[in-house]
Write a protein that binds this ligand. Structure first.
Ligand SMILES: [Zn+2]
Length: 678
């Protein structure tokens, strides 16, 4: 499912949290942080193990997951609640077109495994026939255009977002894409792990997928791999996508046609519903030059194999079991290290979340996110903004003129907490009885139309890119906003009112609220002004100071070896590491203003400051399989969860004091190497 790809590289800054319901195995009255700790571990050696080592020992990663932690615990909790909502809708005699009808019929169609087996790939026959009929480049581009409108993204990616230079309008972004493995490095890295994955993809997976649909697997696989390898060759690396200027190149229609003469863009846009704009943003021009040379030299039969694979693999999770199994074998097992599939009901709910998660969210928040909880976290946002204000004023390295601009940007951050004020209108989404693949295609098409129809319209600053039940959050630089779904505040089996302020400030205030606000001032977000436009508001001297100070963090994280010889990419993870570090400092300042801190009473033998740091660590509770860690280092701008604890804490003097960290211990860094930005 490609709906998640709606989120641009500009929004790569989304925080991704990893994720058990074995929380449920303990009586909930146990202390929320103390019960996780392994006090036999010295906090100066490995704080993450000290903070939640007992939990790790008692909660191995289940076979169906590549990692297991707090995010999974929340997700499992949410899934159980959504299941009840779905089963109720399924039984209700809902009116055609109503939310209940859509929810109930979608869930029933996904659970109908006999019907799904019987249908096979028949729902895709129109598309398969169109691919088979391709005779020349014009036919090829016409089919590519149609596939884009149903959420399959061959050759390149195409998305609608706010224009990064002028956030008042929407722009069309044409960017690198079109490859099957998670990113370009999988095609070229020569370490043993990646080589094994690549050989499986090239020698087994591609041909298996094609053979399942009665195509010539061996010949097709060779053709597909050759196309993808060439596209990957001219795809930028993760760290190269982090430069907003280098990935923003304005093109007129004429210039676009010159870039790739083989594609008649005016025709392509008319077939894909792109209208009301006359300039286009090309992310990586050299990628499109490479595409042009491929268009000129690749035989039509090779393109047909490529398109067949794209169509089949993107739909594989909703097709009959042989497709589901092969998709899982390669992407679930080989790449991610999972050993069994999730049960069907969970897979169906995850897909339903992608198609119409806001419909589920409307019911979810009514039951599980009361106004009192919403208010607590809105107040927490205000408090974090207020302490950041004070911190900026006190900075010894920033000049007054840049401070003034930073404060202006901070004061105009808009906050979205829990759920949207207005919900998306799904009235024209058609969900039918008994045809799961069709429902998924309808959903993909709905999202495509929803996004493309924004072109030329006034920017909707009330929009949410995540559903309320999501365990995640984001900062959107184009809107200068933080978006904090209700799900991110949940600690399974604990009521919000039972969580003391110190733990809440660590868990939500630092790891989410402070983290997202800091994104507005990280290496990427700082390049946008208070209106959400790319504009350099830093003096050269302040910029130099910022880069020098943050460079220490690049070096710190690059030195962490997470697997065999695999290092963290200090460059590509910098924005997230800075946000973690900044979030902890802000949460700590907010803690100092609380009654709990001033009274300094211990709970479960832990001081408020200790509970704060442990609350932050709870936000990163979890562990991952080796395969997942390797995949994460190559594709994710977030560091593995234990380093999101140990890494930033090593830069915080109050942390050293709270847990008696000693010189020479792994968590200890000399003062000269401690990152000091905020
Ligand atoms: Zn983040």
């Amino acid at each position: 499912m490609n709906i998640l790809k709606r989120i641009s590289s500009a929004l790569l800054i989304l925080i991704i949290l990893f994720s058990c319901k074995n929380f449920g195995n303990r009586p909930p009255k146990k202390d929320v942080v103390a019960s996780l700790m392994d006090t036999t571990v010295n906090p100066g050696i490995d704080f993450s193990k000290y903070a939640f080592g007992t939990w790790l020992k008692n909660n191995p990663i289940p076979a169906a997951y590549s990692s297991w932690g707090i995010g999974n615990l929340v997700n499992e909790d949410v899934l159980e609640k959504l299941k009840v909502i779905n089963e109720k809708s399924m039984k209700s005699d809902a009116k055609m077109g109503s939310n209940d009808q859509k929810i109930g019929d979608f869930y029933a169609s996904g659970m109908d495994s006999a019907g799904i087996e019987k249908a096979g790939i028949s729902v895709l026959k129109t598309e398969l026939q169109a691919i088979s009929n391709i005779k020349n480049t014009t036919d090829l581009i016409n089919v590519v255009a149609h596939l884009h409108t149903i959420g399959i993204r061959p050759l390149f990616d195409m998305d609608v977002y706010q224009d990064q230079i002028n956030s008042e309008v929407y722009a069309l972004y044409l960017t690198q894409g079109g490859i099957g493995m998670p990113n370009r490095d999988y095609y070229f890295n020569i370490d043993e792990r990646t080589t094994k994955i690549r050989n499986d993809y090239r020698n087994t997976h591609l041909s298996k997928m094609l053979s399942l649909a009665n195509f010539d697997g061996t010949k097709g696989a060779k053709a597909i791999y050759s196309i993808e390898e060439k596209l990957a060759q001219k795809s930028r690396k993760l760290e190269e996508l982090d430069d907003p200027y280098a990935n923003y190149n304005k093109y007129s229609l004429a210039k676009l046609n010159t870039l790739t003469p083989s594609i008649n863009w005016s025709d392509f846009f008319s077939k894909t519903g792109v209208k009301n704009i006359d300039t286009f943003i090309v992310g990586q021009p050299e990628f499109f030059t490479q595409l042009e040379s491929l268009m000129k030299t690749t035989p039509i039969e090779d393109w047909k194999a490529y398109l067949n694979y794209r169509l089949l693999i993107d739909n594989a999770p909703y097709l009959n079991s042989v497709f589901v199994d092969e998709q899982f074998r390669f992407f679930g097992k080989t790449i991610s290290g999972k050993t069994e599939k999730l049960p069907r009901w969970k897979r169906v709910l995850n897909n339903e979340e992608d198609v119409m998660g806001e419909l589920l969210g409307q019911q979810f928040v009514k039951e599980f996110f009361p106004p009192k909880t919403k208010k607590r976290y809105e107040d927490m946002v205000d408090s974090i903004i207020s302490v950041f204000h004070d911190r900026i004023i006190a900075l010894d390295w920033m000049t007054p003129i840049t401070k003034e601009k930073a404060l202006k940007k901070l004061s105009t951050i808009s906050k979205k907490v829990g759920y949207p004020d207005t919900w998306k209108d799904f009235s024209d989404l058609k969900i039918v009885k008994g045809n799961y693949v069709q429902n998924m295609l309808n959903g993909q098409q709905w999202w495509y139309n929803y996004n493309i129809s924004k072109l030329g319209k006034k920017v909707d600053r009330n929009e949410w890119e995540m559903t309320p039940q999501t365990y995640n959050a984001y900062y959107n630089p184009s809107n200068n906003e933080i978006v904090l779904p209700a799900g991110i505040f949940v600690i399974p089996n604990y009521k919000d009112e039972d969580i003391d302020d110190a733990v809440a400030l660590g868990y939500a205030g630092a790891s989410t609220i402070g983290h997202e606000i800091t994104h507005g001032f990280d290496d990427y977000g700082r390049q946008y002004d208070e209106k959400g436009n790319l504009f350099n508001w830093w003096t050269p001297e302040d910029e130099k100071q910022f880069l020098q100070r943050t460079h220490l963090m690049v070096e710190q994280f690059s030195s962490y070896v997470v697997l065999d010889s695999l290092h963290i990419n200090g460059e590509s993870t910098l924005g997230e590491n800075l946000a973690d570090y900044g979030g902890i400092l802000l949460g700590l300042d907010a803690l100092k203003r609380t009654k709990q801190y001033k009274e300094n009473k211990s709970i479960a033998g832990l001081t408020p400051t200790q509970r704060y740091f442990l609350g932050y660590a709870l936000g990163w509770l979890g562990h991952s399989k080796r395969e997942r860690i390797a995949n994460q280092v190559l594709t994710d701008v977030h560091s593995p969860s234990y380093l999101r604890v140990n890494g930033p804490f090593s830069n915080i003097p109050e942390f050293y004091a709270a847990f008696g960290i000693q010189k020479g211990q792994p968590m200890w860094r000399p003062d000269s190497l401690q990152v000091k930005v905020w």
